[in-house]
Design a protein around this ligand. Sequence first.
Ligand SMILES: C[S@@+](CC[C@H](N)C(=O)[O-])C[C@H]1O[C@@H](n2cnc3c(N)ncnc32)[C@H](O)[C@@H]1O
Length: 212
Amino acid sequence: MFWNNKRGIQVTNQRLGRLEKMTLKYALDLNKNSITLDLGGGNGYISWILTLFHHQVFYYDIKPNWRIKWLKKIFNFKKLKILKKDLKKINYSDLPKNIDLIYSARTLHYLNYENFEALLKKLESRLKKNGKIFITVTGVESEIGKKYPCAEKKIEERFCFLEKEYQERFEIKEKIFLMNFEEFQEIFKKYFILEEAWESDFKNLFFVGFKK
Ligand SMILES: C[S@@+](CC[C@H](N)C(=O)[O-])C[C@H]1O[C@@H](n2cnc3c(N)ncnc32)[C@H](O)[C@@H]1O
């Protein structure tokens, strides 16, 4: 988390999990000017680090956070693009070609099944040969999934609000789409070569793959 006070902005104490470590390790070995995407970038800490690696970074968010906008402005980073986009409606023309790395954390469950799959398809087509994708989403068997009324619905129809109490507790006010590990794996493998996948103790889902 970064914060602003009279002394500046804190950018270092965001927790880096296993997926972030893998992403950044891979990113560090890429050439300068590699094309890297952060989908649903939030406060933008991954975009920020990728920018410091001299990549051409595409940060997408439906509501770009002031922190990343502020960092871009004060350092005048031309290679960091902050794109205010709804990932549900993204077009091929919104995506760069020859992408080296795609990262998305805790965001793609805001898309329904149809939009999620359509997005993976577009991403695959824009990913470079040997390009890599790193995704994590909340799983249906996680704590959040306990108050998810459409857990038993068919995957195509599974898109709904959490019960009120959990909407407040987890600050998720939108409809969401939650999957279990096998469901995610099946969709992911349609578009990418699966390199590694795991479920955390909290039943969140983590997938790493290559272009097919
Ligand atoms: C839980 S935050 C995760 C932020 C960051 N990736 C992280 O892990 O800290 C989810 C982010 O997704 C964004 N978001 C939600 N729905 C979206 C959509 N349809 N299109 C683009 N961004 C979206 C939100 O604005 C928010 O910044």
